[in-house]
Design a protein around this ligand. Sequence first.
Ligand SMILES: Nc1nc2c(ncn2[C@@H]2O[C@H](COP(=O)(O)OP(=O)(O)OP(=O)(O)O)[C@@H](O)[C@H]2O)c(=O)[nH]1
Ligand SMILES: [Mg+2]
Length: 373
Amino acid sequence: MREQANIAIDLADVILFMTDIRQGVTASDMEIATMLRHAQKPIILVCNKSDKFGEPPAEIYEFYNLGIGEPHAISTANAIGIGDLLDEIYDKLPPKSETEEDNEKIKVAIIGKPNVGKSSLLNRILGEERSIVSDVAGTTRDAIDSEYTNQFGEYVLIDTAGLRKKSKVNESIEKFSIMRTLLAIDRADVCLVLIDATEGVTDQDAKILGEAHERGKGIILVVNKWDEIEKDEKTMKEFEKNIYNKISYATYAPILFISAKTGQRVQKLFELINQVNSQNALRVSTSVVNEVINEAISVVQPPSDKGKRLKIFYGTQASTRPPTFVIFVNNKELFHFSYQRYLMNCFRNNFGLQGTPVRLIIREKNKKDASSI
Ligand SMILES: Nc1nc2c(ncn2[C@@H]2O[C@H](COP(=O)(O)OP(=O)(O)OP(=O)(O)O)[C@@H](O)[C@H]2O)c(=O)[nH]1
Ligand SMILES: [Mg+2]
């Protein structure tokens, strides 16, 4: 429990220290308070179960003894004091600039199942033993940030804990490792999804890739331990084919074959990272989006159903990371998946968009609305 609490403290921007006003200050409250005093994070002391409206009960004064500051009386059951608590949390959140200071640096998360060589890759890049490497699966527990600059740019490289199969995760410590890895993916601009060349793409690899894909990250598939493979001139192509067969929804992701052990092609990663990062952040003007839509429509007629034909009025890019396009149509139902995929491919072919997921949001608009735009 203590270990879990420590991990949670590390991850947090603000800590709510929750106590029970009906029990008064307990021995474990005292212990937690001691832990928190070392945390150097903003802490808000909360006395729950203060169920009556009006002035906080006299019992609250005892909580000053914890040395955490002013206690806040709330009742979660009766929804008392929650708004004030939220205000307090808001005040204590770090300013935005602090969390975005590394904006020019490309954040790269190295993810993959245990033992695939994530830490080895990081060490190879940095040229030092920053992360512990061993053949014991689950060596890395933490997400470790390292800043790195080379001729290609400035990066923050994040080594992560290997994501295991759910069925094998029983300790809560491991759940926190997983949480840290997922948070690292959230923070990243580009994810390097490592695949073990000696095993090919496994279900677990596909799941990990799915986490990055769903979060809209730039993705590079990195096949590691390439030194272990006996190969001829066809091996790489066959490998590529097998990978894309297994993960057909992410064929946009480029594949690089490397060896963290020998350093083969590791330097090539950075050009790819830069490309994928800029594609993930790409912005396309509305006029260009509509040129592509119009051309797409003229080449392949939109589908129709029971005499009704899909009409695409116009589209616009709503956001980046990943590129997300809103498409206004007469009737959503008619916009079949296959035609969405077709349009998505037209976007990809025209704009590039290699290495990044692309999202379409379909909105209905009646004709009258549409013509007024
Ligand atoms: N042959 C070969 N072995 C490698 C390569 N990269 C890593 N290994 C070996 O694979 C094992 C696991 O390497 P790690 O770097 O610890 O793997 P990890 O993905 O960080 O593992 P966890 O932190 O446990 O998730 C070690 O024995 C490495 O020496 C490679 O390119 N080729
Ligand atoms: Mg590791």
